[in-house]
Ligand binder design. Structure first.
Ligand code: CP
Length: 339
């Protein structure tokens, strides 16, 4: 049976500001003193439906550094393909149902991490986050979102990097630009949804900069952003004008994503997206900022999403943010394993 009060880490929006601040403070401590015993004798299953470099490495090492053990599973590759639909006749390719998978894993491990990107066919289906929610529904142990349609671990790593750069935990009033940038493929909106969520939560003055109204994010995340600024005292605006959005910015965060109205019908989106290669973050745009910092979740295609000059500049904190994945995830695992 699943404990009624089980707490997962599916989205930062489910956690109070005080709880997020406590995770960030613990992550800061782990950065100073990396070893601990919060996961001594405990384990985490890391279930990857999609590739990863940072997430897998930082979760595996984070568990090890806290005295625990991580098991990586890739359903359909080194583990059985999983069915998520309820009441279906499983006469296709899937070999077992999430109802059994999550419960069995919960008999072995203390935590489950899940990475499951959208299928990029039907946004109305993908926006329900069925894989993550199914794990949370059936798992008797806490579930951690390792990136689905949001990327909450990246959010905390990003905030920790900003706090370090600005030498303060109070980011209120910083001018924050979340800019769409070019990529030859239509990518997941997860990191953009997350950046919008956490930047507004922290009380920053946030501008979502994207080429056209088609690139505006899903209404759920716009709603969260509006709720967050009402509570945090920040602000939220949408712009399609590069110069005014960058002007005076303290933070530029870049991500590429596919336009939601074309979800699953990507062929006509490609020539539209190709008109906006000039959204790439470069030195000329960064010169408009208030000596602003630049970051990106990585991986990043150089001279497509951001120029070499931006990536190699002292204002780029993307490597700090990537390092912070390790520290924030240790804080998350330690907090959830205590339950
Ligand atoms: N930023 C991030 O999640 O990186 P990976 O896809 O390499 O895990």
């Amino acid at each position: 049976m699943q404990p009624a009060s089980i707490k997962h880490f599916l989205n930062t929006q489910d956690w109070s500001r005080a709880e997020l601040d406590a995770l960030l403070a613990q992550a800061h401590r782990y950065k100073q003193d990396k070893l601990g015993d919060a996961l001594k004798g405990k384990s985490i299953a890391l279930v990857f439906f999609n590739p990863s470099m940072r997430t897998r490495t930082s979760f595996e090492l984070g568990a090890f550094q806290l005295g625990g053990h991580a098991v990586v599973l890739q359903p359909g590759k080194d583990a059985w393909p999983i069915e998520f639909q309820l009441g279906t006749v499983m006469d296709g390719d899937t070999e077992e149902h999430i109802a059994e998978v999550a419960k069995v894993l919960g008999r072995y491990v203390d935590l489950i991490g899940v990475r499951a990107f959208p299928k990029f066919v039907d946004w109305q289906h993908d926006r329900e986050d069925v894989v993550l929610k199914s794990f949370a529904r059936y798992s008797p142990v806490p579930v951690i979102n390792m990136e689905t349609i949001t990327h909450p671990c990246q959010e905390l790593a990003h905030v920790l990097a900003l706090q370090e750069h600005f030498c303060t935990t109070d980011l209120r009033g910083k001018k924050y630009v979340l800019t769409w940038t070019y990529h030859p493929k239509p990518l997941n909106t997860a990191v953009a949804n997350s950046a919008l969520t956490i930047a507004t939560r922290m009380g920053m003055d946030v501008t979502l900069l994207c080429p056209t109204p088609d690139y505006i994010l899903d209404e759920r995340y716009l709603g969260w952003a509006k709720d967050n600024v009402a509570e945090s005292g920040g602000s939220f605006a949408i712009s399609h004008d590069i110069e005014s959005a960058y002007a005076g910015a303290d933070v530029v965060y870049a991500k590429s994503w596919g336009a939601l109205p074309y979800f699953g019908n990507w062929e006509p989106e490609k020539p539209i997206r190709d008109q906006y290669k000039h959204f790439m973050v470069d030195g000329q745009k960064m010169a408009l900022t208030n000596n602003g910092v630049f970051s990106h979740c990585l991986p990043l295609r150089r001279n497509v999403k951001a120029s070499d000059a931006v990536m190699d500049s002292p204002q780029c904190i993307a490597i700090d943010e990537a390092e912070n994945r390790l520290h924030v995830q240790k804080a998350i695992m330690a907090a959830l394993a205590r339950q």
